[in-house]
Design a protein around this ligand. Structure first.
Ligand SMILES: Cc1cc2nc3c(=O)[nH]c(=O)nc-3n(C[C@H](O)[C@H](O)[C@H](O)COP(=O)(O)O)c2cc1C
Length: 309
């Protein structure tokens, strides 16, 4: 990155053991494995891509309808549909590796052992730069949110994966809990290098004419600008209470939104639902952060600065 005079602007960040060239990531499940967006911009501009959740075997996902727009957001109940780890290694990894960006693989499992097996398989092929553990999906009957709602279970998943890899392990925490900091602290004890905050909020919408839930699954996960103030508060809490780097997300549409998360304590940010509205959103957020660093000074000093004012 260069400023108007051609001088380099340092946007690099440290996230546990992971160095990102800039703090802008794209959130899991909103960017596929990158292909659909590669026609819009060079994926190498991003600090990293958090790929759609990957399981040991292919998962079919939930029946339709599984997405609906809501005021300032959307509900989804995709149910973690994905083609499985072997498909990722064969078809998606070579494509992503052709870009100069970090690959953060989002891992899902029905059991603690399944998370560990997915990571072991990817390790064998050198198929990730870091692992984000989805222990917070509200849309599946088994696994998912059950692991992220209980500090002891979250710690078990982290410890099992920790035993398989030296690469950064980043549990993705659920906002559907009373104390997100308690779960983050348990993950730290178990060996996590950073945490992602937040996944979607358990929610639902009713079709008033048909007099039944709109989503076939009944419940779904709420994302988009509607959740941003709650997500910012959770990042603030974890930054204050737990010594772990944070990837902040939840309704980031613009660079100003991303700066809220950074000032609350996030070392990096992920753009999610905004990708559906504007495929250039992540690049625009990056340009805006670059501009802010030029005007306000180093990124490292901006992280958590709202706590010190
Ligand atoms: C359609 C859709 C699919 C998602 N799939 C995943 C997923 O596979 N794994 C995961 O950890 N999070 C998943 N998420 C959650 C997002 O990564 C993100 O945490 C959440 O949507 C909040 O950010 P946002 O408001 O910017 O979208 C999904 C979100 C949406 C909207």
């Amino acid at each position: 990155m260069h400023d108007a005079a051609g001088n380099a602007v340092d946007l690099s960040v440290q996230l546990g053991g992971l160095t990102l060239k800039n703090p802008v990531l794209v959130a899991s499940g909103t960017f596929g494995y990158g292909r659909e967006f590669a026609g819009f911009f060079d994926l190498g501009l991003l600090g990293g891509v958090m790929v759609k959740g990957i399981s040991l075997e292919p998962w079919e996902g939930n029946p339709l309808p599984r997405m609906v727009e809501t005021p300032a957001g959307m509900l989804n109940a995709i149910g973690l549909q994905n083609p499985g780890v072997e498909h990722y290694l064969k078809h998606d990894l070579p494509f992503l590796r052709s870009y100069d960006t970090r690959i953060i693989v989002n891992v899902i499992g029905r059991t603690v052992e399944e998370y560990a097996r997915v990571v072991a398989r990817i390790e064998a092929e050198d198929g990730a730069d870091a692992y984000e553990l989805n222990i917070s999906c509200p849309n599946v009957k088994e696994g998912g949110i059950a692991f992220g709602s209980d500090p002891a279970m979250a710690a078990q998943v982290v410890a099992a994966v920790r035993a398989e890899t030296e690469r950064p392990v980043i549990p993705k925490l659920s906002p559907n809990v009373t104390s997100v900091a308690a779960v983050a602290a348990a993950c730290r004890e178990a060996g996590a290098d950073a945490v992602s905050l937040v996944n979607t909020f358990l929610a639902m919408a009713i079709d008033v004419d048909a007099e039944r839930p709109i989503l076939a699954n009944g419940f779904g996960g709420l994302s988009g600008p509607a959740i941003r103030p709650i997500a910012v508060r959770m990042v603030w809490e974890v930054y204050r209470e737990v010594d772990l780097p944070i990837i902040g997300m939840g309704g980031i549409m613009t660079a100003r939104d991303a700066l809220e998360f950074i000032l609350a304590g996030a070392s990096a940010v992920a753009v999610g639902t905004a990708n559906f509205v504007n495929p250039y959103a992540a690049v625009e957020v990056l340009r805006g952060i670059e501009d802010a660093v030029r005007r306000r000074g180093p990124l490292a000093e901006m992280i958590g600065r709202a706590h010190r004012r």
